[in-house]
Write a protein that binds this ligand. Structure first.
Ligand code: 13P
Length: 341
């Protein structure tokens, strides 16, 4: 393992003033998002949409990396340029989602297990040759009656650790994503407890598998009340609960934490990241960044709407959202900044 290269890549991924775009939706997920907007999901429309995002002028000012889906890393633009090359030309590193998505956790109703370890080493080799510098694997933990169970957390944490070990062995930086879902009516305290249990098991397995913590990125959920909870947590409450939970569960050797947006409204995702960086400025061992899908794409996807004539307007809004989240990385986002630009 070339640890120096892994560490350099990991630090670049979470370097100041930039973040990561997750554009790795599976066919099913992007199909649902397109359908809600009346856009047909085909190989070409998915390519056109992602080409629109990646060719946004100067997007490399705000993005260090983009997570791609298997179909996308193999696609070319209308003029024949591979999509990963478009990113490299913008100074943005291409990454790739490598998990095989979730199945129902056996004998554990309401819980999920993420599969995809079979033949992983070979796939990583291929992706590295195609230009990928990092990877992503997402595990899903659900809060509900009697769940998450220890066995579900443990099975997913073990798979995440093995995935991370395979990636480092192949010279790719693993993004380790254990997501405690926002779905449900649970309290912020229940989310805190489930997140802490999940992160401690995950780091236990990462340690046991020999994963170098300096050469990986953690992608967790924020600690937040359930979407259907009566009592919705405030911005500062989310920021403090999240950072306090992470301080108790994430070793200082990890260079950076890049949050998922997880179904928060897009402004909330920016405000929460900003509050964390502002309230804890100079007191954190790791960088706090973003690796959003929905919170970055919601508006541009709607404005694009599948029409070539809307590309410029969609790119403008996409660049704005990326810029706002880049500002949140240093706690310098505000309503005024949002409106001024
Ligand atoms: P969201 O930001 O929409 O939660 O997506 C992030 C992601 O990559 C999920 O795996």
């Amino acid at each position: 393992m070339d640890l120096q290269t892994l560490e350099n890549t990991a630090r670049e991924m979470v370097g100041p003033g930039r973040g990561i775009l997750a554009a790795d939706e599976s066919h099913g997920t992007i199909g649902k998002r397109f359908e809600a907007l009346g856009i047909e999901s085909t190989e070409d429309s998915r390519r056109d949409y992602r080409e629109m995002l990646f060719t946004t002028p100067d997007i490399g000012e705000y993005l260090s990396g983009v997570i791609l889906f298997d179909e996308t890393i193999r696609q070319t633009t209308s003029d024949g340029t591979p999509l990963p090359q478009i990113l490299l030309d913008q100074g943005v590193m291409p990454g790739i989602k490598v998990d095989g998505s979730t199945v129902d956790m056996p004998l554990s109703p309401g819980e999920k297990f993420t599969q995809g370890l079979d033949k992983l080493a070979g796939r990583l080799e291929e992706y590295r040759e195609m230009g990928a510098r990092f990877t992503k694997w997402r595990a899903v933990i659900t809060i509900g009656d009697g769940i998450p169970t220890d066995r579900c957390i443990d099975a997913n944490a073990r798979a995440l650790a093995l995935y991370a070990a395979f990636c480092q062995d192949a010279g790719l930086v693993p993004i380790v994503e254990p997501e405690v879902l926002i779905d449900g009516n649970h309290s912020i305290q229940q989310c805190y407890d489930a997140t802490q249990r999940t992160l401690s098991r995950t780091f236990g397995h990462l340690y046991e598998h020999g994963v170098e913590l300096t050469g990986m990125i953690l992608k967790p959920n924020m600690v937040i009340s359930g979407k259907a909870a009566d009592n919705q947590s405030g911005v500062e409450e989310v920021a403090r609960a999240t950072v306090e939970c992470l301080l108790r569960s994430v070793p200082a050797a990890v260079p950076g934490i890049a949050f998922l947006s997880g179904g928060q409204r897009f402004l909330q995702a920016t405000q929460h990241l900003d509050a964390m960086n502002r309230l804890y400025e100079g007191r954190l061992p790791w960088e706090l960044s973003f690796s959003y899908a929905r919170a970055l794409q919601e508006q541009p996807m709607e404005i694009w709407g599948g029409k070539a004539g809307n590309i410029e307007a969609a790119q403008k809004v996409f660049r704005h959202r990326a810029k706002m989240n880049a500002a949140a990385r240093s706690g310098s986002y505000s309503d005024d900044v949002e409106k001024a630009s």
